[in-house]
Design a protein around this ligand. Sequence first.
Ligand code: ISL
Ligand code: CA
Length: 562
Amino acid sequence: MVEGSITANGYTRKWWKEVVVYQIYPRSFQDSNGDGIGDLNGITSRLDYLKLLGVDVLWLSPHYDSPNADNGYDIRDYRKVMTEFGTMPDFDALLKGIKERDMKMIVDLVVNHTSDEHVWFVESRKSKTGIYSDYYIWRPENNGRPPNNWTSFFSGSAWSKDLLRGEYYLHLFAEKQPDLNWDNPKVRGEVYDLMKFWLAKGIDGFRMDVIPFISKDPHFPDCPKEYAAHPEYIYAAGPKLHQYLQEMHREVLAKYNVMTVGEALGVTLEQTPLFVDERRHELNMIFHFDVVRLNRQGWRWKPWTLPELKAIYARFDRELDLNNWQTVFLSNHDNPRPVSSFGDGSVMYRERSAKVLATMLLTLKGTPFIYQGDELGMINYPFSKIEDFDDIEVKNAWKAEVLTQRVNPEEYLFHLRKTSRDNSRTPMQWDDSPNAGFTTAAKPWLAVHPSYQEINAKQELADPNSVYNYFKTMLELRKKTLAFVYGDYRDLDPDNPFLFIYTRTLAEDKFLIVLNFSTNTLTYSLPDGLRTGQLVLSSFGGQEENALALHLAAWEARIYRI
Ligand code: ISL
Ligand code: CA
């Protein structure tokens, strides 16, 4: 990295633009006390593994006290560690271990809603005049029906009637996840206080859960029918959203050198600068859903093409200027495994396609996010029956779609095997011992993938050609190649159905990235009389330096300095 300069290719240099983030889903990462559930001490025991891999920042999915209706995204006490995950001293030890290894940690900020077991909600439902009465969104019945036609992401109405208070309350997710009323300044004050509590411990920022949903139109007009399949675009368009994000920045974030990333379900590319333009002082970056939703419509899988994927990256590069930073990710705890979604999970091509995807993830423009297990080339789970699933989103949809005979079970399972969030929540595969070394318990909270004897960290650490070692090599390369961070991006052949070929250019440093997204052996003549130049990295042994044409093996990646 070119030390000292404060700009690069017109961008203002920032530490959070130059890092690679690794997401940990604590429940599935490492169990340390034999109860079959991952925990904080388990993560601490694996910090050397993460340091060796070469990631810079760890994003910890919610570690707070929760009844786990939605696996921690339903928080009961923001200042208490979830009992299954350990204690506050365990959290402090984890953060200390991370800092000692010169890594950083961001935590999950889930403040669009709480658990219905949070004391605020317990008190709020007791009366219409107490100090917590307006912490949530309560509305009277509307002629025997919910206040409006809004739907929950976890099936059914977004409103539930509370018999104690005799009114409906809003929950864009599960019934046990009531939405907070951000129009109440006391609620905003509570949120800013809990953010400062964790910042005071030394964390390095936040990933903000469905943050665009926090503002609602208090008149609650119906969701227009053309948005029925995608209500998120209505929920993310509240009237005071940016006012609250700017207030949060002023009251809290401006005082710290931290990183913020908003989970921007329902935010379009055109709206993105409103969130991340550095001159607006709101968020540093956001997660878009265009890529991870390319192969699905709701819970149904759908085919996709490589030109469609390339068009998304091209559009983002074209529309976002030097004041706007972005993220690059192919998975997380809500999405299936990238090799299964965008690569080839077969025995023949699993590893090769994982390396192609790793090359793309780590050479595109934007802060890359790696999800736990993707560095091993883990793949989707072979779910065979509804009982195999844990996810409330899946179980609620089963009740709403299958038990009502709207969809037959086989069709539902066909799609959920490809789109379920549980695909990425199966335990981390550490070695070939029982339960993949994730737990000593007889039964982990969610079944280990049957592939663990072939796909595990121990085997891959020892194999120089493993997916893990390819990720490690790519991470080392990215760390010393500022062109992959700030360099100009140009797609050389956007319509090519099998090949993703692009350049990244920063001053004199110009790199050519060539990715064969197919099982076809490809012969390809470079456009514009380009030559391949000096080989920097090849995932499958290909050379062809200073060549005008390439002969690519199935699922091969190459990087040249040209
Ligand atoms: O897209 C979705 C709805 O169909 C889900 O994948 C997901 O709920 C959505 O992306 C929002 O995700 C975040 O908020 C949810 C939680 O279940 C997810 O785990 C979290 O990432 C509610 O907190
Ligand atoms: Ca445990």
